[in-house]
Design a protein around this ligand. Structure first.
Ligand code: NAD
Length: 482
């Protein structure tokens, strides 16, 4: 598959830098290439976006919503193709792409098509009814959207949809590791009715085309999802400018398992929250904090289940666990496991790179699901995001200790709380530093709710009206009445 940029309604290769290989994680082999775009391609996209802006920003919200809905229709029509492409590009099982990634990409577009049409701004009459104030929300202009590889089309559309719905022109940059589904989607942008230049996609490396996008003087806002180090780098790059930014970054999410939890429900769900997408969801639980009275029983039950999980060829419908995203990422995961061993941690199961039986995946990037216990809460393995199928277990004695352990990292994205005690659930949720707290569930999302992280997990919120606000500038209009 030769992936191309989508600029000004046309598919184009990079102007200067040639191509990058696109690797299939399950085989470890290149299966296509993508443009290695740079500043010249961003400039070309910016010119196209600037030309389209007067048209797109003055298009009615109903028509903009219709364009998003038509694009969502194309996603639905090409469902199987997109599922296969997402799985091949990322290494995730087709079953996951079919249940999570592609349905959510379609839903993102439809949700923001609807949300933008229902969005009302504030208005207020001054005391004595002498003046009427209202808020006029204007699009920002041309905005940049940068997304990661773990939920490729899902997170790309999550950002693109509200930006476009509110009348902005977009230059999007998907991850260079998973460019395929954004490229496929770009083939349906023109026929969905978007004017050429309103929605552009440039492919390539973060430190080349990503950097050029972020620092372009005419980019009004950057919506970024990715690693904390990259987010900090971008924050430094835009410091001193008036660009708006939102950062959705890494996590080190605790699952707090109290002695009064529903044991079977908890076990079943933390298996997913720890290992879904090979642990490569920013919201995955990676630190399991377990009350000491049930620690041994829960650990043994968990180890039994996880030991039975085997990574398989992601293209097979029965596969539940696929490949990790790249050779470099596998090496990073392995280095954390090696560190855990050196620190005296016990590897209760897994701990090794592996590959499924058969020839196809022999050189693929697979990691056994891994559980580690016996590490200090302050060691790097318990502090840094691993972003793989690796969880650690830590016992706690009191609610106070559980909260302190949960909050004891620089991250604050998500937590799960497992208890049948309603008062405790509210009490603990309120004291956890995280953007989202799930009680007795995981990954349940309502797109109207604010989404984001605290501490090193992000700055700003997306979701619902938060995104509609982010992608607009409020102007207070005041009218003298009397
Ligand atoms: P990454 O930071 O390496 O890359 C993310 C994106 O940023 C890619 O498109 C990349 O090309 C681009 N990029 C890299 N350097 C850049 C630069 N200098 N300027 C501009 N763009 C640049 O992240 P990743 O490895 O693709 O994704 C995994 C990370 O994303 C994990 O840390 C995970 O927790 C995080 N994540 C967070 C959320 C969330 O909602 N908080 C969701 C998914 C993933």
């Amino acid at each position: 598959m030769d992936i191309l940029n989508f600029i000004g309604g046309m598919h184009l290769p990079a102007i200067e830098n040639g191509w990058l290989d696109n690797i299939e994680p399950a085989t470890g082999l290149p299966y296509g290439r993508l443009p290695r775009s740079g500043a010249a391609d961003v400039e070309r996209a910016m010119e196209a976006a600037q030309a389209a802006y007067p048209i797109w920003s003055s298009t009615s919200v109903e028509e903009r919503a219709a364009c998003l809905n038509r694009l969502a229709d194309r996603i639905a029509e090409h469902f199987d193709e997109l599922v296969a492409a997402e799985s091949r590009d990322n290494g995730k099982p087709v079953s996951l792409a079919a249940h999570v990634d592609i349905p959510r990409a379609e839903k993102n577009l439809r949700f923001y098509a609807s949300a933008a049409q229902q969005y009302l701004t504030e208005a207020g009459m001054a005391a004595g009814a002498h003046q009427l104030h209202y808020v006029h929300r204007k699009p920002l202009g041309t905005v940049g959207v940068i997304s990661p590889w773990n939920l490729p089309l899902y997170l790309f559309t999550w950002k693109v949809a509200p930006a476009l719905a509110m009348g902005n022109c977009v230059i999007g940059k998907p991850s260079e590791i998973t460019p395929a589904t954004a490229f496929l989607m770009s083939q349906w942008i023109n026929e969905s009715g978007f004017p050429p230049g309103s929605f552009n996609i440039v492919h390539g490396l973060g430190n080349e085309v990503g950097e050029a996008l972020v620092t372009h003087p005419r980019i009004k806002a950057i919506s970024f999802t990715g690693g904390t180090a990259t987010g900090r780098h971008i924050a430094r790059a835009v410091a001193g400018t008036s660009k708006k930014t939102t950062f959705e970054l890494g996590g080190k999410n605790p699952a707090i398992i109290f002695e009064d939890c529903d044991f079977d429900l908890t076990l079943r769900t933390v298996l997913r929250s720890g290992f879904a997408n090979q642990g490569q969801i920013c919201l995955c639980s990676s630190r399991f904090l377990i009350h000491e009275s049930i620690y041994d029983r829960f650990r043994d039950a968990l180890v039994e289940k996880v030991s039975a999980m085997r990574p398989g060829d992601p293209s097979l419908p029965e596969t539940k666990m696929g490949a990790v995203a790249s050779a470099e990422h596998l090496a990073k995961i392995q280095s954390f496991v090696a560190q855990a061993r050196e620190l005296g941690g016990t590897i209760l199961c897994g701990g090794q790179a592996t590959h499924p039986e058969g020839d196809r995946c022999r050189q693929g990037h697979f990691m056994q699901p891994t559980i580690i216990e016996g590490l200090s809460p302050t060691c790097e393995v318990n502090q840094q995001e691993i972003f793989g199928p690796v969880v650690t277990l830590q016992p706690f004695a009191t609610e106070e200790e559980a909260i302190s352990l949960a909050n004891g990292t620089e991250y604050g994205l998500a937590c799960t709380i497992w208890t049948e005690n309603l008062r405790r659930a509210h009490r603990v949720a309120a004291r956890i530093d995280s953007g989202i707290a799930w009680v007795n569930c995981w990954l349940e999302r309502d797109l109207r709710m604010p989404f984001g992280g605290v501490k090193s997990s992000g700055a700003g919120r997306e979701g619902g009206t938060e995104s509609l606000r982010f992608f607009t500038e409020p102007q207070n209009v005041c009218i003298q009445i009397t």
